[in-house]
Design a binder for this molecule. Structure first.
Ligand SMILES: C[S@@+](CC[C@H](N)C(=O)[O-])C[C@H]1O[C@@H](n2cnc3c(N)ncnc32)[C@H](O)[C@@H]1O
Ligand SMILES: [Zn+2]
Length: 305
C-alpha cells in the first residue's frame, strides 16, 4: 500500500541552523520564542513529540518531559540535533514525514511544531495526522507564519504586493513556503477536536533597524510584554497557539502509560502494524514485510529499506 503524500521541503544537507540562526542575527526571535514557550509549555509530561525539530534548537526547552521524540524529515538536521543533545534514553531521533507518522494513535501527551507548518502544502492533512497521535487532554503548541502581518497588510494597501492578506487561503510566497491566516488555523484546529487555550503573537519587532540598535535581550523582553495581545488580534509575522485535545473522558493526561521499550512506540507507517520486530540495524514489519533502517541512532521511516 503506498500513501500519496504532499511534497516535502528538503532540508537534507542544509546549514539552516548556522546560517539562519547562529550567523543570521536572529537571537531576538529565538529569545522571544523562549518567552512564549515559558507561557505555554506544561512544566512536566511523559512523552513529547517535536515535529520538524530541525537541529534541535528548541528541544532543550522541553526538558521537563521524561522523553522527547525529535522528529524531522532530514537526517542531516537530526544528526546536528544529536550532536547538540547527545544520545540517551531521553531523546529518540526519528526521520519521518509529518504526513505519514510512524506512531499508534494516542501515543503522546504533548506535541510542538515550530516553523514547520510553514512548509506544509496540505496543512489540514498534516494537522490531522498530529491530532491522531495525541491522547485526550494532550497539549499541542503550534507556531505558524501569519499572512495577516502588518508588513503584508501595508504592502497590499500600497499595491506593492499582489496577494490579499485578508483572505483565508494560505499563500505560497516561495515554493513550499506558506503563510497562513490565523482564522483558518483556528478553524482547522477546532474541526479536529482541539480547543484553543492561548494565542501569543511573537516577533513584534522583526525590523532590521530596531534589531541593530536595541540589544536582543531587551527587544525580546519588550516582545514578551506585547505577546498576550495575541488573544485579541494577530498582525505579527509569527503566532504561537496552545491547543488542547478535547477530553470527554476527563482522564488527566498524566495518567497514561508510555511503553517502556522504544520499539513499542512505533507502528509501521505503511500498514499500521504496531508489533514490529527489532533487528540490529532495522525494524521489521511482519505484516507487510517492510524494513525500516536504524542508523547512527536515528530510526528512519521515510522509505522502506
Ligand atoms: C524552518 S525549519 C525549523 C526547525 C526547528 N523547528 C526550528 O524552529 O529551529 C523546518 C524543519 O521542518 C522539516 N520538515 C519540512 N517538511 C517536513 C515533513 N514533511 N516532515 C518532517 N519534517 C519536515 C525540515 O526538514 C526542517 O528541519
Ligand atoms: Zn507494515
Amino acid at each position: 500500500m503506498t500513501n500519496h503524500t504532499p511534497p516535502v521541503c528538503n532540508y537534507e544537507g542544509s546549514d539552516y541552523q548556522q546560517s539562519f540562526w547562529e550567523q543570521g542575527g536572529r537571537q531576538y526571535e529565538d529569545l522571544a520564542e523562549g518567552i512564549a514557550f515559558k507561557r505555554m509549555l506544561p512544566k512536566s509530561g511523559k512523552l513529547m513529540l517535536e515535529l520538524g525539530a530541525g537541529a534541535g534548537r528548541n528541544t532543550p526547552r522541553y526538558a521537563g518531559f521524561d522523553r522527547i521524540v525529535v522528529l524531522d524529515y532530514s537526517t542531516t538536521q537530526l544528526a546536528q540535533a544529536q550532536e547538540k543533545l547527545g544520545r540517551s534514553e531521553k531523546y529518540i531521533y526519528v526521520a519521518a514525514d509529518i504526513y505519514r507518522l510512524p506512531f499508534p494513535d494516542r501515543s503522546f501527551d504533548a506535541a510542538t511544531m515550530i516553523r514547520a507548518l510553514h512548509h506544509m502544502a496540505d496543512a489540514p492533512k498534516a494537522l490531522s495526522q498530529i491530532r491522531n497521535v495525541l491522547q485526550p487532554g494532550a497539549i499541542f503548541i503550534l507556531e505558524f507564519a501569519n499572512k495577516l502581518n502588518l508588513k503584508a497588510i501595508l504592502r497590499y494597501i500600497f499595491r506593492r504586493q499582489s496577494w490579499n492578506p485578508f483572505t483565508l487561503e494560505p499563500v505560497e510566497f516561495v515554493k513550499l513556503n506558506f503563510d497562513f491566516h490565523p482564522k483558518a488555523i483556528r478553524s482547522w484546529l477546532q474541526e479536529l477536536g482541539f480547543t484553543i487555550e492561548k494565542t501569543l503573537t511573537v516577533s513584534h519587532f522583526r525590523l532590521g533597524f530596531l534589531k541593530r540598535i536595541i540589544p536582543a535581550k531587551l527587544l525580546a523582553w519588550l516582545d514578551g510584554l506585547f505577546q498576550p495581545t495575541g488573544a485579541l488580534f494577530q498582525v505579527t509575522p509569527s503566532v504561537f497557539v496552545k491547543a488542547k485535545v478535547k477530553n470527554e473522558s476527563g482522564t488527566p493526561r498524566e495518567n497514561f502509560e508510555v511503553p517502556l521499550k522504544i520499539i513499542d512506540l512505533f507502528k509501521c507507517p505503511e500498514c499500521g502494524n504496531g508489533k514490529m520486530k527489532e533487528r540490529p540495524d532495522h525494524l521489521h514489519c511482519t505484516v507487510c514485510n517492510a524494513n525500516w533502517a536504524i542508523q547512527d541512532g536515528i530510526y528512519d521511516f521515510r522509505e522502506r529499506k
